[in-house]
Design a protein around this ligand. Structure first.
Ligand code: NAP
Length: 324
C-alpha cells in the first residue's frame, strides 16, 4: 500500500510517500479499513515537530482521522461487516491506503455524508461539542467568543454554539476568514491583532461574553479574560499563540471566572461511554443536516506535505482533506 511517512522530526519536508506492506489481518476487536479520505489536523503539525503530548519516534505514519470502507473484521467484531462505510479515529496511521482500527473507534457514515466530510467530522465536532456544552455549560442566550474561529475546531464551534442558541463573536485574522465565519453563522466576526476587548465590550453593551473558546492562548489570554462577564468561563483548548499564558488569578477572583481545560483525548480515555453518546448525538445532527464540515481543499494522498504546509501557513479555512 501507499503511505505517507514522517521520517524525522521537523516541518512538512519530513514527509515522504513510500510503498509499504499492507497491514496484517485485523486483530480481535479491530476492523481493517480501506481508507479513502483523511483529515489534516494541527495536531499532525505538532506530532511531526515532536511537540505533541504523544510523541511517536520517526519513522511513523501520521494521521489520526479518516474514513473509508471496511474490508475485513477481526474476531469478536459484530458491529461492522465488509462493505460498511465508516469514519474512524486513529492514534496514528491514517495517511495510508489501509489501516487496522479498533471497532469502538469507528462509526457508520450517515446517509448523504460524503467520505471526505466523514473523515473530518468526528474529532473537530466532538471537541467543539464537549468544550462548549459539557465543559463550558453553554445555554441558550449565552454570548460566546471563539478564537481561531475559521480553523478546524473553530468553524464547528460556531455551528454548535448557534445550534444551541448562543450569540457568537468570532475572531479571525483576515477579511476572507471573517467572511467565512459570518457565512457559517457567527453574529459578528472581528480581528484580534490590534486588540479586541473594546470591540467585544461594544458588541455586548459593556457586559462581556459568558464563554471564550480559546485554542490560541499565549499573548491574547489576558485580554481574553478582560472580555468575560461575571462568572464567565474561558475554555483552554490549545496554545497556538506560543507559550502557555500565566493567568493573573486576581482577574479570576474579581469576576468569578472559571478557567477550564479541555482535552478531547482525555474524555475519550476517561469516559468512553460519554464520548460514544456524544458522537451518536453529533452524527444524528449531521444526518439531519444541522452540522456540516466545511472543506477548504482536497489534496491527493501524495500532497500531504502541501496540505500540512498550508496549515502551518494559516491558509486553511475549515479543513484540508487528503483523498485517494
Ligand atoms: N483540546 C483539545 O481537545 C483539542 C482538540 C483538537 C485540536 N486542539 C488544538 O486546537 C488548536 C487548533 O486546531 P485546529 O485544528 O483548529 O487548527 P487550524 O485549523 O490550523 O486553525 C487554527 C486557527 O488558529 C489561528 N491561529 C492563531 N495563532 C496561530 C498560530 N500561531 N499558528 C496557527 N494558527 C493560529 C488561525 O486563525 P487566524 O489566522 O484567523 O488567527 C487558524 O485558523 C491546535 O493547537 C490543536 O492542537 C485541541
Amino acid at each position: 500500500m501507499k503511505a505517507v511517512v514522517c521520517e524525522a522530526f521537523g516541518g512538512s519536508e519530513v514527509l515522504a510517500v513510500r510503498e509499504l506492506p499492507d497491514p496484517p489481518p485485523p486483530g480481535a476487536g479491530e476492523v481493517q479499513v480501506r481508507i479513502t479520505a483523511r483529515g489534516v489536523q494541527y495536531v499532525d503539525v505538532l506530532m511531526l515537530a515532536g511537540k505533541y503530548q504523544f510523541r511517536p519516534e520517526p519513522p511513523f505514519i501520521p494521521g489520526s482521522e479518516g474514513a473509508g470502507e471496511v474490508v475485513a473484521v477481526g474476531p469478536g467484531v459484530t458491529a461492522f461487516k465488509p462493505g460498511d462505510k465508516v469514519m474512524c479515529r486513529q492514534r496514528l496511521g491514517a495517511f495510508a491506503e489501509r489501516g487496522n482500527v479498533k471497532a469502538e473507534d469507528c462509526d457508520l457514515v450517515p446517509a448523504r455524508m460524503g467520505l471526505d466530510q466523514a473523515a473530518v467530522f468526528r474529532n473537530v465536532y466532538h471537541t467543539a461539542y464537549h468544550a462548549l456544552l459539557q465543559r463550558g455549560r453553554l445555554k441558550a442566550g449565552d454570548r460566546v467568543m471563539i478564537h481561531g474561529a475559521a480553523g478546524g475546531i473553530g468553524l464547528p464551534a460556531i455551528q454548535i454554539a448557534k445550534l444551541y442558541g448562543a450569540e457568537v463573536i468570532a475572531t479571525a485574522s483576515t477579511d476572507e476568514k471573517r467572511g467565512v465565519c459570518l457565512e457559517e453563522g457567527a453574529d459578528y466576526a472581528i480581528s484580534y491583532h490590534d486588540g479586541f476587548r473594546d470591540k467585544v465590550l461594544e458588541l455586548t453593551q459593556g457586559r462581556g461574553v459568558d464563554i471564550i473558546y480559546d485554542p490560541v492562548n499565549g499573548p491574547t489570554f489576558e485580554e481574553s479574560l478582560r472580555c468575560l462577564a461575571w462568572s464567565g468561563r474561558v475554555l483552554i483548548l490549545g496554545f497556538l499563540g506560543g507559550a502557555p499564558a500565566m493567568a493573573r488569578t486576581n482577574y479570576l477572583l474579581i469576576k468569578g471566572i472559571e478557567a477550564i481545560g479541555v482535552r478531547i483525548g482525555g474524555l475519550n480515555e476517561a469516559h468512553p461511554e460519554i464520548a460514544a453518546a456524544n458522537i451518536k448525538t453529533l452524527i444524528g445532527l449531521a444526518a439531519e443536516g444541522k452540522l456540516k464540515p466545511r472543506i477548504w481543499r482536497r489534496f491527493p494522498l501524495d500532497g500531504a506535505a502541501a496540505a500540512i504546509q498550508a496549515l502551518i501557513d494559516r491558509a486553511v479555512i475549515g479543513k484540508a482533506v487528503l483523498i485517494g
